[in-house]
Design a protein around this ligand. Sequence first.
Ligand code: ADP
Ligand code: MG
Length: 310
Amino acid sequence: MEIVAVINYKGGVGKTTVTSNLAANLAWRGKNVLILDMDAQSSLTFSFVTPDYWDKSLKDTKTIKNWFDCISQGNPTMPLYDLVINPDVVNSFLKSNEKTGNIDLISSHLGLINVDLELATLLGGASPTQTQKKYLKVHGKLREELKTLSEEMNYDIVLIDCPPNFNIVTKNALIASDKILIPAKPDYLSTLGIDYLKKSVDSLINDFNHYASTDEIHIEVNPELIGVVFTMIQILSGEPISIQRQYIEQTRKLDVPVFNSKFRDNKTMFADAPRDGMPVVLKSYSNKTYSDIVTEIKEFVDEFNIKLGI
Ligand SMILES: Nc1ncnc2c1ncn2[C@@H]1O[C@H](COP(=O)(O)OP(=O)(O)O)[C@@H](O)[C@H]1O
Ligand SMILES: [Mg+2]
C-alpha cells in the first residue's frame, strides 16, 4: 500500500484532473483505491458526487473537515472509516465492465479553509517537550489514522489531492505520504514554484523528524518525490510547443524526476468530465485527438506504476 500526495503550490495546474484520472485508471486495472480530497475547493469531491448529494448526505458529518474539527476542538477523532463513501457512477461503471477495482472517496468541505487557523492555535507550548508533543499531534495525526484505515480496507493505493498552499492541512497530507507527485504547467511561475515546493517539503520533513526522533509514538518519515507530471501541454507537429519544451527542460535541471508522459491541453474534453462523475480516461471516444489523449493518460499511469513498483 502506498500513500501519494498530489501537490503544487499553484491552483489550476491540473492536480485534481491528474488525481481523478489516475485513480480511475488504477481502479480499471483492478486496484482498490482511496482518494482523499483535502482541498477546500472540493473539486475532487465534485468530480465524483453531485453537489446535491454532498449537500444532503455529506456536508454535515462525512467530510475531512469534520475530522479536523475534532482535533481543533480537542475531541477524539472519529475513525476515518466513518467518512468513506463509495461514489456510485464511477463504481457502477467499473462493475458493469466486470472490473474488480474500486474507488472510495473521503470528501472535502468548502469550510476546510478555516480549519488551518484553528489548528494553528493548538501549536506552541510552555516547555520544549510540550511544543514537541503538540507539533507531532497536529501534524502527524492523519498519518497514523490513514495507515490504520488503509490496512482495514485493504487499499492498494491512497491518493491525496492537496490544496494549493502549505498550511497545516497540507503538511498533514505530506507527513502521511510515502510518495509525492507534482502536476505542473510548463510556464515560468510554475517552474519557479517547483523548486520552492521541493525546499519547503524538505524543511517540513526535517522539522517533523527532528521532533519524531525523540518521541516514543511517532516515527520519522521520508516521502519520496516521484516526479513532476506536466499538464496542459500544447502539441504542434507531434511535440510540445517550443516555449513549453524550454520550461520542461529547465525543470529537468532542477534535479527533480520528470515524467515522460504528459497531459495534453484540451479544454473541451476536460472541462465537462467532472459533471458526469466519470474521469475522461474511462470514456471511449471516436474522435482521434480525444482517444490519443486517453492513450497518453494511460501511458502516464504505466509510468506511475513503474515508479511505484506496483
Ligand atoms: N490537460 C488539461 N487541458 C485543459 N484543461 C484542463 C486540463 N487539466 C485540467 N484542466 C482544466 O483546468 C482547470 C483546473 O484544473 P484542476 O485539475 O481543477 O486543477 P487544480 O486541481 O490544480 O486546481 C479545470 O477547469 C480543468 O477542467
Ligand atoms: Mg484541485
